[in-house]
Design a protein around this ligand. Structure first.
Ligand code: ZN
Length: 132
């Protein structure tokens, strides 16, 4: 393949062989060993690739953020204080659903929030600046 080599972030370089295996396996599962059936339009292939990318993107966002949220109890000191007044915050352990639009799709996960009594403001530890 004569594609221009992109410089991948080290974290992705690390899993590149795995990703290439996943791509191969997806083609196998979707189209079988002979690949794209003759007569299939390139735009149809594009639609399938876009849909796969969407599922992968949204699952990765959800997994990474959900797992981080589950370690909220062990988060570093800098994430334990109020972003406005630097005062102590109360942990509200009941996770709340979060939904954030990102460059690669919608991120959906549950995260416990914090509350600052002084500022009378609730916020999420992963995003202390969010004003709501
Ligand atoms: Zn505060």
């Amino acid at each position: 393949m004569a594609n221009k080599k992109k410089v991948l972030p080290p974290a992705v370089q690390h899993v590149q062989p795995y990703l290439e295996g996943v791509a191969k396996s997806l083609v196998d599962r979707i189209y079988g060993p002979k690949g794209l059936p003759w007569g299939t339009k390139l735009t149809e292939l594009e639609d399938v690739v876009i849909a796969v990318r969407e599922v992968l993107s949204e699952k990765m966002l959800a997994q990474a953020l959900e797992r981080q949220a589950q370690t909220a109890e062990q988060r570093p000191e800098t994430f334990r204080k109020c972003a406005r007044c630097s005062g102590p915050v109360e942990a509200k352990p009941d996770p709340e659903p979060r939904n954030v639009q990102t460059r690669v799709g919608e991120a959906e996960w549950d995260e416990p929030h914090c509350y600052c009594r002084k500022c009378r403001q609730a916020f999420f530890p992963s995003e202390p600046e969010s004003g709501h």
